[in-house]
Design a protein around this ligand. Structure first.
Ligand code: SF4
Length: 497
């Protein structure tokens, strides 16, 4: 098979992995035009300084010894197989780089025999590029679940970023649709990557020292009040408390070695403030990332976000990517209803919004969702949904409130909150100045005040013009995401193959 045919197969096979950012563009070239927004195998990632970087996104091989139901490359799927020799892939990357097609590469692979053998081939490509070819471009390698700690650390030595995909949000789902993977085979390389990046991994919240899995052990369950069903605070979770114990929603797999646990209530934003990262560090400067497939298994958004928060805090994961399940080929282990529903794009979008709230707004997963309301509102962004449930928190006075309280106002982001703090040092702010600072007044006006003056209110009475009825206010806060994503959803032809 010639190189072009291999690229066509192996770049196409890599496109379902979202753990390196892609542009999402689908624009075709026009007659006489230059360029193509959907060139197979070229994806776009963003560097720390915001530059867009073109990456060759390709598999070393799409032959796989494993059989994950959600994956197009699984052993039982009948499709053309191809593979590169490491040297062939090195030449390809160097050629593409010299022609200015790419600035780096994202390399993954199906499991060739066993995880360590596959890892060694991927490392061989990276090591040859860095040493013999003196390649300084961006390299993102995939760590294979079950690979040894030594090989994962070796991969971290040559790559800017390494990712291990967690794929399913619970051990039970992993066993059902990815029988060759175990929680331990995924978490172990994650811990090795955290250490390689200079971070001592912690135990996941709810983890049992013996490495028990979700659903096996009732003591790691969520404590719920028997009549109100309210989630009880952590101290109530001892055996003497009058609580109903419900199964923990996600993984409880953990290292058997003792490690300090993630502290409850810690926000990802706060935890990261104390973490110095060096973008020019010799080992793993871009850290580790992971991906979860959304919609292929029955877990709630609470389970997904709880796990994501855990991964940020326990393993110093730089980004969790959420990938709407694409039923590219039928497998009986994925229910027909799931396959026919198509990819849950809106749900994926809401999960990204909630994830953003962890990393940049100081929210915790338990503030966004709880067992009584385990799924995100598809009509509202999660920040507006939180604000509607906590109207007692508002209005926030932008002339006196702390930064993190200002951040809770819908329509105000980190940049506009910082501008507000800077501007109010010299003068008291008035509502009409806020729009110029980037505040989206359409949403923010219902939740803020300026030294007691409410935007759009009658200055003489200073009475809030906000609708008394939360449902009416909700109607004013609906965003355009459902309408914007609907045509995209319809564009796919999801009839199972
Ligand atoms: S290990 Fe599973 S997810 Fe990875 S390529 Fe093989 S079948 Fe696909």
């Amino acid at each position: 098979m010639d190189t072009a045919s291999k690229i066509a197969i192996l770049a196409d096979a890599a496109k379902y992995d979202a753990s390196c950012s892609t542009s999402g563009s689908a624009r075709a070239n026009t007659p006489g035009g230059l360029g193509n927004g959907a060139v197979g195998g070229i994806c776009h990632s963003w560097s720390a300084d915001g530059r867009c970087v073109a990456l060759l996104k390709v598999l070393l091989s799409n032959a796989c010894a494993w059989d994950c139901a959600y994956c197009v490359n699984r052993r039982s799927n009948d499709l053309p197989r191809a593979g590169f020799e490491p040297e062939e892939l090195v030449r390809l990357i160097v050629d593409f780089y010299k022609r200015n097609y790419i600035e780096g590469a994202f390399l993954s692979s199906g499991v060739l025999g066993c995880p360590d053998a596959t890892m060694e081939r991927l490392i061989s490509v990276a090591r040859t590029l860095r040493t013999r070819e003196r390649f300084n471009g961006y390299l993102h390698l995939k760590a294979i679940p079950g690979a040894s700690d030594e090989l994962v650390a070796e991969a971290a030595r040559w790559a800017d970023r390494v990712s291990v995909n967690i794929e399913l949000p619970s051990a039970a789902s992993l066993a059902a649709v990815a029988p060759d993977k175990t929680a331990a085979s995924i978490f172990r390389p994650m811990r090795a990557l955290a250490r390689a990046g200079g971070f001592e991994p912690r135990r996941l919240i709810g983890a049992q020292p013996g490495g028990a899995l979700a659903g096996d052990v009732p003591t790691n369950a969520i404590a719920v009040h028997p009549s109100t069903r309210a989630v009880l605070p952590f101290p109530a979770m001892d055996s003497a408390s009058p609580v109903v114990r419900e199964p923990a929603p996600a993984y409880d797999a953990c290292p058997s070695a003792p490690a300090p646990s993630v502290r409850r209530g810690t926000s990802v934003m706060d935890a990261r403030k104390g973490r110095d990262r060096d973008p020019s560090a010799p080992v793993l400067p871009a850290g580790q990332t992971t991906q979860m497939v959304i919609g292929a298994s029955p877990e709630s958004d609470l389970a997904i976000l709880g796990l994501a928060e855990n991964l940020y805090l326990a393993y110093d994961v730089r980004r969790v990517y959420y990938s709407a399940f694409i039923p590219a080929s039928a497998d009986p282990r994925i229910p027909a209803t799931v396959r026919e529903a198509g990819p849950p794009l809106l749900r994926e979008h809401r999960l990204y919004q909630a994830d953003w709230l962890f990393r940049f707004y100081g929210y915790s997963a338990s503030e966004i969702l709880d067992p009584l309301r385990p799924d995100l509102d598809m009509e509202l962004d999660p920040k507006c949904a939180w604000a509607l449930r906590h109207l007692e928190f508002f209005p926030v006075d932008v002339n006196t409130a702390e930064y993190r309280d200002i951040l809770r106002v819908p329509g105000i982001g980190p940049r506009s909150a910082s501008r507000i703090l800077r501007a109010r040092r010299s003068a008291r702010l008035k509502p009409e100045q806020l729009k110029g600072m980037g505040v989206v007044m359409k949403r923010a006006r219902w939740f803020l005040s300026c030294s007691g003056t409410l935007p759009g209110s009658d200055d003489s009475t200073r009475r809030l013009s906000r609708p008394d009825n939360p449902e009416a206010l909700r109607g004013l806060l609906l965003d355009s995401a459902p309408a914007a994503l609907a045509p995209l959803q319809r564009e796919f032809d999801w009839s199972p193959a």
